[in-house]
Ligand binder design. Sequence first.
Ligand code: PXP
Length: 246
Amino acid sequence: MALRYQRLYVNIDHVATLRQARRGRTPDPVAAATVCERAGADGITAHLREDRRHIQDDDITRLAATVTTLLNLECAITDDMLRLAETLRPAQVTLVPERREEITTEGGLDVVRHETAVRAAVTRLKQVGIRTSLFIDPDEAAVRLSHAVGADAIELHTGTYAHHPGSAAPLQALRSAATLGATLGLAVHAGHGLSVDNVGPVAAIPEIEELNIGHAIVGRAIFIGLDAAVREVREAMDEAREADRF
Ligand code: PXP
């Protein structure tokens, strides 16, 4: 029997990165989201960073109005971001750490250090019916605390896995964290640095129900088009889950 279907959420931030290079109107990440949905994406992810380096407020407003699958808003725990989420009501909010000087989200949310703020944010979002996910490192304490603060889901940071090809430990850490999360009743997602070349072993982890993939799909789209770039990742995920039979 094949593993349960795994959702693919496409992160369209880097379509906006290209647009912002010229501060113009194209390429439009909202139009890209529609292409991704037609190619089989189960959801669209967008990260509104505090420095607005790629996605802009207006993009989120338009995405909230036009996404026909599910919108996953990634944001830091700030009052402004939480207010925006409360207004636009995306299906899901993934809370991420954010440092202005970083190139991308470099590590998971430090739930242990910021427990009070994380708990308050989760409570606030859940009160208006938004599904909450915490982007964390595959670490036992972070998984347990994510459950304790009431999150619906965890998104396991796959950056260490992606940046150490051939190393067994990062994949094992993802497997253990996924098993623990699912045992506690959390939905388990994963993402960061995944591509058609390295997604297989992560897609094959049975407890992981959703992957968030952005940069590699947008980069690949330059060569083969966005529709094909989404489809080839989808196929790689399906193949990995099909191959990993019980
Ligand atoms: N998940 C989260 C929480 C992220 O912050 C990012 C990067 O914005 C991704 C997934 C996607 O990572 P990548 O662009 O490397 O696929």
